[in-house]
Design a protein around this ligand. Structure first.
Ligand SMILES: *Cc1c(COP(=O)(O)O)cnc(C)c1O
Length: 470
């Protein structure tokens, strides 16, 4: 494979007059594009032969990293399990070629999928009804908060503008509250990493619209004070919102609806298959408890998106749920929890574990145990690439300076996990014996260490731009 040739920019491979494809002879006559709509000069497009084009893009695609290439222990936002059967079903022409404005009696099957998924999510979560409209987790949060705002407004309770968010929350929580026109108030975490109930008490009054909680929270910890928190928040007239982006450790084990939550969203693209690297595609259905169904989009004034949401993502989720079934969906949580705890316990002597307790599907290290080496979490993450692993989530949550958030998911084998543990230990050893190797990593990837700051401040996004910089 001649990567040096085909790995160049396609523009650098261009030669005037070369073609990969020729249009058939025009048998239909021509149409003159009006002069004021024509280009002044030809577009600067690369001119290459067919094999050059094919090899160029094939070789680039081989540089992608995904769950089909290797272990991908990205905490919080990871793809848990993405069976190929779900992709096949989503690609079936009977579904893929549907039009959202098609008459209902011509797409009964799709409507059955829709209603079946709504019912399944209700059963999984313990909430009464779901809208499948929102296109992402953050979109679900916004939808849920609009529902909460409408709930208070409907009762004429207009002073409720405060949303309480834990300091460990995903950044989208405070952002969604702010976009919804609500005021964000932060509640502290205890040294054990869960919501500080005493601090919460001091924030409660009759202006609280809602409390948003993630469970397990972003440290991978089960919020065991939820019953008391729900009672306190409800006691002052607020509602309980559940961020269910990462529901895998809860599946079939316990239900937000039974814990006292009123509104929640679920990230189908995290827990219920659908590959979503690079920001999409997604679906963030929102569920509400009994008595709030008429506030859902479609039933109320609230409108969050056109038609029926991201149907192909909904389809994958329904296929995933049905293929596991009631019996096997219960195995997801314990396996995800076992895998995460196994890694945590196997590495906590060389990586610093700030909260040493049983975790759920993920956990957070605060960098290496030995801080004297000067090797940072960024260095460890880059060095992992040399060994063929995707890096974990780093520098999130913000509670620690050197966060390294690891989530193996339920679907990895013990061999894969042991391989990862070995490499993490090897990196810790390298940090002690030859720190320069770790600090200058990666060494085996097509591109070495990128200057993040320069890339953010002076992004070079087009070929032309690169030209003018040289
Ligand atoms: C991923 C995530 C979100 C946001 O979901 P998007 O689909 O990325 O908008 C919200 N909360 C938590 C805990 C998450 O992990």
């Amino acid at each position: 494979m001649n990567n040096r040739l085909y790995g160049n920019l396609i523009f650098e491979l261009s030669h005037p007059g070369r073609r990969a494809y020729s249009l058939p002879e025009n048998k239909f006559g021509s149409y003159e594009v009006p002069a004021d709509m024509r280009r002044a000069a030809d577009a600067a497009l690369p001119e290459c032969d067919e094999l050059t084009v094919v090899r160029h893009y094939t070789n680039h695609s081989a540089n992608n990293f995904g769950v089909n290439n290797g272990f991908y222990p990205l905490g919080s936002c990871t793809m848990k399990y993405n069976p190929a059967i779900d992709e096949e079903i989503a690609a079936m022409p009977e579904f893929a070629n549907l039009h959202p404005l098609q008459p209902a009696d011509t797409c009964r099957g799709a409507l059955d999928v829709y209603e079946g998924l709504q019912r399944s999510l209700s059963e999984i979560s313990g909430l009464a009804k779901f809208t499948l409209n929102p296109f992402a987790g953050a979109h679900g949060e916004l939808t849920g908060l609009m529902i909460i705002r409408a709930y208070h407004e409907r009762r004429g309770d207009l002073k409720r503008t405060k949303v309480i968010v834990p300091d460990s929350a995903h950044g989208t929580n405070p952002a969604s509250a702010a976009v919804c026109g609500l005021d964000v108030v932060e509640v502290k975490s205890t040294p054990e990493g869960i919501v500080d109930v005493d601090d919460l008490r001091s924030l409660l009054d009759d202006t609280v619209a809602a409390m948003m909680m993630t469970n397990p929270n972003t440290l991978g910890l089960f919020e065991k004070e939820i019953p008391e928190i729900a009672e306190l928040v409800h006691g002052c007239g607020g509602l309980m919102y559940y961020d269910g982006a990462n529901l895998n450790p809860m599946l079939g084990v316990c239900r937000p609806g039974d814990m006292g939550f009123d509104v929640m969203h679920i990230n189908l693209h995290k827990t219920f298959s659908t590959p979503h690297g690079g920001g999409g595609p997604g679906a963030g259905p929102v569920g509400v408890r009994k008595g709030m169904e008429d506030l859902l989009p479609g039933e109320s004034e609230i409108s969050v998106g056109p038609y029926h949401g991201n149907f192909a993502v909904l389809l994958r989720a329904y296929a995933y749920i049905l293929s596991l079934g009631k019996e096997h969906i219960k195995e997801v949580g314990p396996l995800a929890t076992l895998n995460a705890n196994y890694i945590k316990e196997s590495l906590k002597d060389v990586y610093h574990l700030p909260i040493d307790t049983v975790c759920k599907h993920e956990f957070v290290f605060d960098g290496l145990e030995d801080k004297s080496t000067g090797v940072t979490t960024m260095d460890v993450a880059k060095r992992l690439l040399d060994y063929g692993y995707h890096a974990p989530t780093i520098y999130f949550p913000l509670l620690f300076h050197e966060s390294l958030m690891i989530e193996p998911t339920e679907s990895e084998s013990k061999d894969t996990i042991d391989g990862f543990i070995d490499v993490m230990r090897r990196i810790a050893e390298e940090a002690a014996t030859q720190p320069e190797v770790v600090k200058s990593a990666p060494h085996n990837t097509p591109i070495g260490r990128v200057d993040d700051v320069l890339a953010a401040k002076h992004p070079v996004l087009t070929y032309r731009q690169m030209d003018t910089q040289e």
